[in-house]
Design a protein around this ligand. Structure first.
Ligand SMILES: *Cc1c(COP(=O)(O)O)cnc(C)c1O
Length: 465
């Protein structure tokens, strides 16, 4: 197993190098070469495994430079923070199943990758005796999951920028009530776009970046995709045990294409057990238009009740493009450069049919999202968060076109993280899980700074490890 870039201009690297690289040095994204496949006998054996045991088996296929015992310890430590030993339980709702991915410390699916990545970063740094400073911007879920991923680590400090007063109260408190001394929350007097452009500008100052060993924790890191492959395989095997059906379909509420790309890799690994991958989008539907119309065209971002999917440029899309183009890195590079200049990529008839074989898709507007929350609550007494509701609505709408076999809808956040949307749909707020009870009463800590690069750099300089 080696790692290559979608743009073809790096020497192959090992797993640890790929993790530390984040973005490939040639501007592309890192991918494993080749994609491993799993034979039916092994899959049969895997049915007996717990989630952490299965994670170890799957990750060992991709990790070539960490001893098995160490990898096991990293995995066990990552998933010990979840509030159920199953880690990602599957709940039967009759017409479909819900794969609950929100049992981690910040109640969103990003914990599954970031609990692992935080431990992995710290482990790799221990090996080299180095330290790092993570810098990121968040509009909500990513920031708290990243903070919980590295809190208390003695060789990592983390700086997370969020727009002051513009993230939900719960989301702000999840970040600012973490009291570990390596955690630095910065509330920027500006918008999320201001936060993001400040982070981008700082990363572009290469001497500053090198001096403080700045690292990013965004969704393009290969280790995040890897950790997410596990629950697709876990749910498929579990449902095969329970229902006897040997094909499983998945519906995935999508923003950056990270989560569903993990599903695409899982499908290639355990073919033919994963049937259709349904890509659900909200009104920010660049990916749905890509699948249905065969053109990847940028549009304007609109704010919705599923804010973690309010994205137009899907940062993991390039990974899929690499396979759609039969691993032709030069073509990927050309297409991405074209997209940057002109905001569009077009596809041939043959490519369009490959895409429609790989994915089904539908865009769900906010009214339909709210109705899905209401309908499922009335029918099943189960409360969906607005992101999950997009995936459920998509699965129900496309149900007639799916192959036989259970449909699994990924539940990407706990509904208590989005009480306003839920109240709008069903007239009451969801019950809070223990981790959110009384969060307003905890002491919180956060530095308010103007949307000014120099001020923020000064703050980082003062607190960097
Ligand atoms: C990040 C996020 C998504 C979208 O995931 P992608 O990997 O960006 O497609 C969906 N739902 C929730 C709750 C999220 O936090």
């Amino acid at each position: 197993m080696e790692y290559i870039s979608t743009r073809g201009h790096i020497e192959p690297v090992s797993f640890k190098e790929a993790v530390m690289m984040g973005l490939a040095a040639d501007g592309g994204l890192i991918l494993p070469n080749p994609i491993p496949t799993v034979d039916p006998k092994t899959l049969e054996d895997w049915k007996k495994l717990s989630y952490p045991e299965l994670a170890l088996e799957i990750m060992e296929l991709f990790v070539n430079d960490i001893p098995g015992e160490d990898l096991k310890a990293l995995i066990v430590e990552a998933y010990r923070t979840f509030d159920t030993p199953e880690v990602t339980p599957v709940v039967d709702m009759g017409k479909f199943n819900v794969l609950e991915l929100f049992h981690g410390p910040t109640l969103a699916f990003k914990d599954i990758a970031l609990q692992f990545l935080g431990n992995l970063f710290s482990y790799i740094l221990r090996g080299t005796g180095e330290t790092m400073n993570i810098l990121g911007a968040t509009s909500g879920d990513t920031g708290s999951a990243a903070i919980y991923g590295v809190r208390g680590k003695d060789n990592i400090n983390i700086f997370i920028l969020h727009p002051h007063g513009r993230v939900s109260e719960v989301q702000a408190l999840q970040m600012t009530t973490v009291s570990d001394k390596n955690v630095f929350n910065i509330a920027v007097e500006g918008t999320f776009d201001d936060c993001q452009s400040i982070v981008k500008a700082i990363f572009n100052q290469l001497d500053f970046k090198a001096r403080y060993r700045l690292a990013s924790i965004n969704s393009i890191n290969w280790a995040r995709v890897l950790a997410q492959i596990v629950y697709y395989v876990f749910a498929t095997l579990k449902l095969e045990e329970q229902t006897g059906s040997d094909i499983c379909n998945f519906s995935v509420p999508t923003g950056n294409f990270g989560d569903i790309f993990a599903g695409y890799l899982a499908k290639r690994m355990i073919r033919p057990k994963i049937g259709r991958l349904i890509l659900g989008t909200n009104e920010n539907n660049i990916l749905t238009r890509f699948i249905l119309e065969g053109r990847y065209v940028i549009g304007d971002v609109v704010s919705t009740i599923s804010p973690s999917m309010d994205i137009q440029i899907a940062s993991n899309f390039e990974r899929y493009l690499f396979y759609l183009y039969d691993q032709d890195a030069e073509r990927v590079r050309f297409a991405m450069e074209q997209f940057e200049k002109e905001g569009i990529i077009k596809f041939s008839r043959e490519e369009r049919s490959t895409v429609r074989n790989d994915f089904a898709s539908v865009s769900i507007d906010q009214a339909s999202t709210l109705s899905a929350i209401r309908d499922i609550y009335q029918d099943c007494g189960y409360i969906l968060d607005p992101h999950t509701a997009v995936g459920v609505a998509a699965a129900l709408r496309l149900a007639p076109d799916l192959p036989e076999g259970p449909a699994v809808c990924l539940a990407t956040a706990h509904p208590a993280k989005f009480p306003d949307a839920v109240r709008k749909a069903i007239g009451r707020e969801p019950d809070r899980p223990d981790s959110l009870k009384g969060i307003e009463l905890k002491s919180s800590r956060c530095k308010i700074l103007p949307a000014d690069i120099d001020e923020i750099k000064k703050y980082i300089e003062k607190h960097a490890i």
